[in-house]
Write a new protein. Structure first.
Length: 381
């Protein structure tokens, strides 16, 4: 039996945030990458000569044309207020307006409560993360309140429009047609996907799958389908991949019945994923603690003619003490098996690809760097 578990959505809480059952032995723990494209809706500003379409996320049914209206934000028209909406607004500040509020500083529920007290009936939350993505669905904290979310850059664009036209003088128009939208961070690790490793320094998550902005089934009372984000969207994708793998192996000459061998096949054919957009890590692979072996790839699995076992090795390095003395070469011995399952002879060379490394001196605030370790020499016997 193959057991697939979501890694969790607590990246913001720091390293070692995987909990049970994601840390259990023998399970496949799955992190999340952003979809390359997703089905969604856009909104725009009436009279915008550029006709810029801004993707938004909703949790309930998509808005009708009746939701169109005037937009208003904080009195300072700030795009960087760390606690926007966390304090009470003036009486009736949002009466007759759509409230535009920046994420951060307090809970969405607290922001919503303050907006409602100022007579808001619709809220657009915009992200505060460096990674330019929409927040994902935000649960409706109160009845008779409609909540949408947009990305940081979209929120900044709307605030700048308010600065030009005046606070409250921008009309929002919600597009009424579903659109296939490309993602600027498609294929990258999602900013919510939880950090590993386990507290015993085992590699988790094992791999990643598409979990950002996935169009999937939803309660019928809420429309039947919705676009959602989370590792709980990534793990069903990975489970489906394992089902296809097991079916494929039965139809091939290869008899791989042991669970750990099947796991190795899936993990060693995965494709390393990039770290989310950031100033200094834009084209750097995400660390193993975020992606494990990488993005699962069913095509690579079914066409594989090389089998590597085991799928991962761990250096004898402790977070508190290196086993070698200062100045001595750090020699590590790893044993793994490479099998040619094809019909033709093959030759192999051993190499490595650098990824971002992470410092967890403060586990609640992991610090990433583009490169650090240098592999001096590799010898195969």
């Amino acid at each position: 039996m193959v057991i697939v578990v979501s890694a969790g959505n607590s990246q913001n809480l720091g390293a070692f945030r995987l909990g049970s059952p994601a840390v259990a032995d023998g399970v496949i723990t799955v992190g999340s990458v952003e979809n390359i494209k997703s089905i969604g809706r856009t909104l725009s500003v009436a009279g915008d000569a550029a006709n810029r379409q801004l993707e938004f996320t909703y949790m309930d049914k998509p808005p009708t044309a009746a939701a169109n209206g005037q937009l208003k934000t904080n009195q300072s028209l700030s795009t960087t207020a760390e606690a926007d909406g966390c304090k009470k607004y003036p009486v009736n500040f949002f009466a007759g307006y759509i409230a535009l509020i920046r994420r951060g500083g307090c809970t969405f529920a607290q922001k919503a409560s303050n907006a409602i007290k100022a007579n808001a009936s619709t809220i657009i939350f915009f992200n505060n993360a460096k990674v330019d993505e929409t927040i994902g669905g935000v649960a409706q904290p109160y009845k008779n309140l409609t909540v949408f979310t947009i990305s940081r850059s979209s929120g900044e664009y709307l605030v700048n429009m308010l600065k030009v036209r005046g606070n409250g003088n921008v009309t929002i128009v919600f597009n009424q047609t579903d659109t296939l939208l490309p993602s600027p961070i498609g294929g990258r690790i999602n900013s919510f996907s939880s950090w590993g490793f386990t507290l015993s320094w085992h590699i988790k998550p094992d791999l990643v799958a598409p979990g950002g902005h996935v169009y999937s089934t939803f309660p019928l009372s809420l429309g039947g389908y919705a676009v959602l984000s989370g590792t709980s969207m990534a793990s069903p994708h990975a489970a489906g991949v394992f089902a296809l793998v097991l079916s494929n192996l039965k139809s091939r000459i290869i008899a791989l019945s042991r669970q750990d061998i099947i796991y190795s096949l899936v993990k060693t054919t995965s494709v390393p994923a990039l770290y989310p957009n950031s100033d200094n890590l834009h084209n750097v692979l995400a660390p193993v603690a975020l992606q494990g072996s990488g993005l699962v790839n069913i095509e690579n699995i079914t066409e594989a003619t090389t089998f590597i076992y085991p799928s991962s090795v761990s250096a004898k390095v402790s977070p508190w003490r290196n086993y070698t003395k200062l100045g001595e070469p750090d020699i590590q011995v790893f044993k793994f098996q490479v099998s040619n399952l094809g019909f033709n002879n093959r030759s192999y060379s051993l190499g490595y690809t650098e990824a971002a490394y992470v410092s967890v001196d403060d586990p609640t605030n992991p610090t990433l760097y583009a490169s650090y370790f240098e592999l001096v020499a590799v010898h195969c016997v």
